[in-house]
Design a protein around this ligand. Structure first.
Ligand SMILES: O=c1ccn([C@@H]2O[C@H](COP(=O)(O)O)[C@@H](O)[C@H]2O)c(=O)[nH]1
Length: 231
């Protein structure tokens, strides 16, 4: 599938997500199941979306001791999800354990690591003791993720080109914080428009509220697709 679009289904239940999902084409987007939907509905939400033909990014951002994270990644991959993620700040041992468990079980789920959340700017990072600029910290964590065998990272589109030049073109740059010109910023801080993000080297765009909270989500999605195709 060549589409870069991943729609974040940050819904309170499967029932509230399905009216949108049932208008979407699995050839034109993937779906992201995050903490709210998964905590409320569990693996049955993933299965219901897969039955409709969608590839699923299970965005649970695991961050724990290596043994625990490896087991959780294994459990996620056993559900047949396309992609799963951990926090790069969990460190090399944790990421390697997650990579190893997938290899041991011949599971092809893509494994990526979150660098610096797109909701954080330099000031927010400083409050948690990181004095590097967000872009510098994101690049440093991306390099650690690459060294630890990850398939790519979650980063801001603002960092995508630097990540590609340091970690290689095949290393995925999955970028949330995407805000089309018609959308509000919400709690995101390191943002880019869809077209700029692709031009800057994103491989995948994660988009939630600009679509899911739009008055007409399908119109919002079509506007984004038009922007991406240069129309
Ligand atoms: O750094 C990160 C990591 C994950 N996310 C997730 O992506 C979506 C973005 O949703 P929007 O509504 O488009 O802001 C959301 O599910 C986050 O949990 C992120 O935003 N930043």
């Amino acid at each position: 599938m060549s589409t870069p679009l991943i729609i974040a289904l940050d819904h309170a239940s499967l029932a509230t997500a399905l009216p949108l999902v049932d208008q979407l084409d699995p050839q034109r987007c993937r779906l992201k199941v995050g903490k709210e939907l998964f905590v409320r509905e569990g693996p049955q939400a993933v299965a219901a979306l897969q039955q409709r033909g969608f590839e699923i990014f299970l965005d649970l951002k695991f961050h724990d001791i290596p043994n625990t994270v490896a087991a959780a990644v294994h459990a996620a991959a056993d559900q047949g999800v396309w992609m799963v993620n951990v926090h790069a700040a969990g460190g090399r041992q944790m990421m390697s354990a997650a990579r190893d468990v997938l290899a041991r079980h011949n599971l092809t789920t893509r494994l990526i690591a979150v660098t610096v959340l797109t909701s954080m700017d330099d000031a927010a990072l400083e409050e948690v003791g990181v004095t590097l600029a967000a872009a510098v910290q994101a690049l440093s964590l991306a390099q650690l993720a690459a060294d630890s065998g990850m398939d790519g990272v979650v980063c801001s589109a603002q960092e995508a080109s630097e990540v590609a030049s340091h970690c290689g073109d095949d290393f995925l740059r999955v970028t949330p914080g995407i805000r089309p010109a018609f959308a509000v910023q919400d709690d995101q801080r390191r943002i880019m428009t869809p077209a700029s993000a692709m031009a800057a080297g994103s491989t995948h765009l994660v988009i939630g509220r600009p679509i899911t909270r739009a008055d007409d989500p399908m119109v919002a999605l079509e506007r984004i697709e038009q922007e991406l195709s240069g129309e």
